[in-house]
Design a protein around this ligand. Structure first.
Ligand code: ADP
Length: 259
């Protein structure tokens, strides 16, 4: 608790007493702690690629430039670490925008199959590189209300994760079904899966199951937390089921529009 004391004076201006107000600041403290944790995570995430870039540049400038193989190796590291910083900054800007945006202002009626086909087309090239197929059978048209760009961002993220965290030549499926009040969209992969102890945390900011594995794929650990906040802003829900070395299924529920 925090307290503030106010003196009280009577009509003649004589001191008459004190009113002490107590404020419950536990929510504020919690918010401050979250903010501190966020900044310390961001700094940590930036520190690693920055020192890698520094180290590589030093090696190149201290004689490494004379050796073609060393040049290629260290310039590739510099390029990759630079991409990491770029991705991190992009995700941080998205978090900032989504948290301060009034999602209501950009909502429109949108057709789910159209949105999903658009997302599939966007990731098709990276799926092709891994000889993966994306299987999606349209049954009927489903309508939801939402912000097209933000929902597109969600499904692109789920699809990109499914591709990244699955071996070559596997199949990714998208299933859409209709429930009483919502539309359910599942992205299913047959990839590496998520250990049960990590499942409750994967929607948290900066959470990665295996840092080395995620680093290899260039992830920031922010993707799913952004997806969850977008779905929440659409009054929807997101769930995950996963089995290690079998695959994962991410299910998004969005309120249904009748027509
Ligand atoms: P990242 O940028 O690291 O991919 P995300 O927030 O998108 O971060 O995901 C958090 C973590 O959840 C990832 O590091 C990864 O370990 C795990 N994950 C997400 N999607 C999948 C998936 N389809 N299969 C296996 N693991 C996944």
């Amino acid at each position: 608790y925090s307290s503030v004391a106010h003196p009280i004076f009577d009509e003649q201006g004589d001191f008459n007493g004190v009113v002490v107000l107590f404020y419950d600041i536990s929510d504020l403290k919690k918010y401050e702690n979250l903010q501190k944790e966020f900044f310390s995570n961001v700094s940590h995430e930036l520190k690693t690629p920055i020192s890698a870039i520094k180290g590589c540049s030093e090696i190149l400038l201290n004689g490494g430039l004379k050796d073609q193989a060393i040049c290629e190796e260290f310039l590739t590291i510099i390029q990759n670490e630079n991409l990491r910083i770029e991705r991190l900054v992009k995700d941080l800007l998205l978090i900032n925008r989504y948290e301060h945006d009034q999602i209501k202002h950009q909502t429109q009626r949108l057709e789910v199959n159209y949105l999903l086909n658009d997302c599939i087309q966007n990731v098709q090239t990276i799926a092709n590189l891994k000889h993966q197929t994306i299987d999606f059978v349209e049954e009927k048209k489903y309508w939801v209300e939402g912000d097209y760009t933000k929902l597109q961002h969600c499904f692109l993220n789920l699809l990109t994760n499914a591709i990244h965290y699955s071996p070559d030549e596997t199949q990714i499926q998208i299933k859409v079904s209709e429930k009483s009040t919502f539309i359910e969209i599942s992205v299913i992969d047959h990839g590496i899966g998520i250990p049960p102890e990590d499942l409750p945390h994967i929607f948290e900011r900066f959470y990665r199951v295996d840092k080395a594995r995620s680093r290899h794929t260039g992830g920031t650990g922010l993707g799913l937390s952004i997806v969850a906040s977008i779905i929440e802003a659409h009054h929807g829900a997101i769930q995950v089921q996963s089995e290690l070395n079998k695959g994962s299924c991410f299910t998004v529920q969005l309120p249904k529009l009748l027509k």
